[in-house]
Design a protein around this ligand. Structure first.
Ligand SMILES: Nc1nc2c(ncn2[C@@H]2O[C@H](COP(=O)(O)OP(=O)(O)OP(=O)(O)O)[C@@H](O)[C@H]2O)c(=O)[nH]1
Length: 329
């Protein structure tokens, strides 16, 4: 449970918001009902119930987008009801809940919802003067302070979201080549096996290894070796579909994972990659870099270790047969 909270910032935010609502809003709801203010009491308790269900849903499904949007919407409706009934006493709730909204939905959605809420409150007060604000001076002070709070919430949420995205990206790629790393590859292979079993999707993989790479390092230096690996990845990406990805398996070994592909197309594509590299990836003296590849289609009831092993055996055969060739498992 703690690991999931640590790994998923938005699940942690939704859980925190849900817990705070449960702890702090429930007593108010009960108090309002006991003192005869049924409408606000029911609004308070509906917020508590809706947020508790939403938190449970997020935990069960791992979906944090829809629960976030739902909670944000509930907050806005709840706040409108509370502010129109309690006036100034209700306005105090706008500040924390508006800040929460920025951590629950995207920045654009949060700005839209906040503006809508403020417009609603001002509109209601214009239609029924004194319903929400005591006077216009108070309304202006509220609008300015609410705007400042949302601005800082926006800045903080925006930075957190951007940093979170950046961190996820860094953790998923190989730092030298920018290809997907082993961790991401394992997750994608796992997903492929699951989708094969559930939906019978056709998956193929090409496991390839640059030929005589040790000699490249020895003859031209490690820097040229590194540059060769760096240039290889965009070259491969330009030869495959945008939806397919290249992963660095380790050293000078890479994997291309392909969805919805037929065995004949897999063979053609592997051959296209082999030729493309031979023609376009050259060393400083113009010599061609070549690769050997082993390919395998994912078989039904096979796990990804077996799938990878078959491709590895085919690659081994391609190396043994003299290199610069592709062999299907
Ligand atoms: N420059 C550079 N070299 C690397 C990197 N990772 C692995 N290597 C080197 O790649 C070489 C791989 O050598 P081998 O496994 O013998 O393979 P090879 O020379 O390509 O021979 P074959 O695969 O049999 O054709 C080793 O010398 C590694 O040190 C890297 O990130 N950068």
């Amino acid at each position: 449970m703690l690991t999931r909270l640590k790994q998923n910032f938005y699940l942690a935010m939704i859980t925190l918001v849900g817990l705070m609502i449960l702890l702090f809003v429930t007593p108010y709801g009960v108090y309002r009902i006991l003192t005869g203010n049924m409408l606000v009491g029911i609004a308070d308790l509906s917020i508590v119930l809706a947020s508790s269900i939403t938190v449970l849903y997020a935990w069960r499904t791992n979906d944090t987008v829809r629960p976030g949007q739902f909670l944000a919407l509930i907050f806005c409706i709840g706040l409108t009801v509370i502010c129109t009934n309690l006036g100034v006493n209700g306005l105090f709730w706008v500040y924390p809940l508006m800040v929460f909204i920025f951590f629950l939905v995207s920045a654009k959605e949060a700005i839209l919802l906040s503006l809508l809420l403020l417009l609603l409150l001002v509109g209601i007060d214009f239609l029924k003067p004194g319903q929400v604000f005591v006077n216009h001076y108070q309304m202006m002070s509220f609008l300015v302070t609410a705007f400042i709070s949302s601005f800082f919430a926006f800045m903080f949420a925006y930075r957190t979201r951007a940093q979170n995205k950046e961190l996820k990206h860094i953790a998923s790629i190989d730092s030298l080549t920018g290809a997907g790393n082993r961790h991401t590859l394992n997750a994608q292979l796992d997903l492929a096996v699951q989708l094969k079993q559930k939906l019978n999707c056709h998956y193929g993989l090409i496991l390839f290894d640059l030929d005589f790479f040790k000699l490249i390092n020895d003859n031209y230096g490690h820097k040229v070796g590194d540059q060769t690996l760096v240039r290889l990845v965009p070259l491969i990406s330009s030869l495959i579909r945008q939806s397919d990805r290249v992963f660095r398996f380790g050293g000078e070994e890479f994997i291309v994972l392909l969805r919805d592909i037929k065995p004949t197309d897999l063979l053609h594509l592997a051959e296209k990659i082999r030729k493309g590299v031979e023609q376009q990836l050259t060393l400083p003296d113009g010599k061609a870099v070549t690769l050997s590849a082993g390919l395998a289609m994912l078989a039904p009831d096979e796990d990804w270790e077996q799938w990878l092993h078959r491709a590895d055996m085919a690659l081994y055969q391609a190396k043994n047969n003299g290199r610069n060739q592709v062999i299907a498992a």
